[in-house]
Design a protein around this ligand. Structure first.
Ligand code: TPP
Ligand code: SF4
Ligand code: MG
Length: 278
């Protein structure tokens, strides 16, 4: 299945975004081939930043959202048509600075959407300012003497907010990341994937994260306390599904079997109705 577009790719050579896009395309191809969904039932949306260009490079239904708001955009899509599988791509700055409030509510209400956060610990498109996930001491354009704040843990935030699927992947392990994406899209409820995605231009963490990341083994993802302990780790970075549980979804609780998008008449029918009234 061709998921390429004619858009010119403007990511820097070697950017971690390429690995993420590659893993996502593989996940989509496999989900469609396995009969989980049709290509036209997938919709992606993005925030603003280098990560946002992902929607330009994917031949899928898509919508370029505004800074920090892609999960609110896809929440609206899901409520209009719960049959769609909706996925948001957001940056660490986009998701955890501009849009942080939305994550808490989306996790709390367990709406069946997927959020993929490209965590490069820097505002890349705007050329290197610190974000909520930047390490203490990070020297960037807005923190020339070093960031004085401790970083926020995206996984801990989502776990504490009631998230029912919390995972972490690394663009240096594409096949593993593909598997996480597939499970996240299949999960019935809010699925959150933090992807360690080095920005080779403003903070090249490829070598560091290759050394720090390890694939979770002998871990029970249904155990919240175990997930919390894994999310707290900072010396090494566990990758895989940290936590997964079942809970009622927001759209089922709110709508039952109603599909609001199908309640409305097709535009052609609406036009006929308007003329019929004259
Ligand atoms: C409301 C608003 N505030 C600020 C900006 C400027 N802005 C554009 S991209 C960006 C940084 C994005 O960083 P991140 O979300 O980490 O994505 P990355 O570029 O690293 O992929 C900022 C601050 C904007 N476009 N809109
Ligand atoms: S600035 Fe960084 S994140 Fe943006 S395309 Fe270049 S390497 Fe990738
Ligand atoms: Mg970033």
């Amino acid at each position: 299945m061709d998921l390429d577009t004619p858009m010119e790719n403007t990511w820097c050579p070697g950017c971690g975004d390429f690995g993420l896009l590659n893993a996502f395309k593989r996940a989509v191809r496999e989900l469609v081939d396995e009969g989980f969904c049709k290509k036209e039932d997938l919709v992606v949306s993005s925030g603003i930043g280098c990560h946002g260009k992902t929607v330009d490079y994917l031949h899928l239904n898509s919508f370029y959202s505004i800074h920090g708001r892609a999960i609110t955009t896809i929440s609206g899509m899901k409520l209009a048509n719960p049959n769609l599988h909706v996925i948001a791509f957001q940056g660490d700055g986009d998701a955890l600075a501009e849009g942080i409030g939305h994550i808490v509510h989306v996790a709390k209400r367990n709406i069946n959407i997927t959020m993929i956060v490209y965590n490069n610990e820097v505002y890349s498109l705007t050329t290197g300012q610190f974000t909520p996930t930047s390490k203490k001491g990070f020297k960037g354009k807005s923190t020339p003497k070093g960031n004085v704040e401790e970083p926020l843990s995206p996984a801990m935030l989502v776990l504490a907010s009631g998230g029912t699927f919390v995972a972490r992947g690394f663009v240096g392990k594409i096949d593993h990341l593909k598997g996480i994406f597939k499970e996240a899209i299949k999960h019935e409820g809010f699925s959150f994937v933090e992807v360690m995605q080095p920005c080779v231009t403003f903070l090249n963490t490829f070598k560091l994260w290759r050394e720090m990341t390890y694939i979770l083994e002998d871990h029970d993802p249904s155990d919240f306390d175990a997930a919390w302990e894994k999310a707290k780790e900072t010396e090494k970075l566990p990758i895989g599904i940290l936590y997964q549980t079942k809970a009622p979804t927001y759209e089922k609780e709110l709508l039952g079997s109603l599909i609001p998008a199908q309640q409305k008449k097709a535009p052609s029918e609406e036009i006929k109705a308007i003329f019929a009234e004259r």
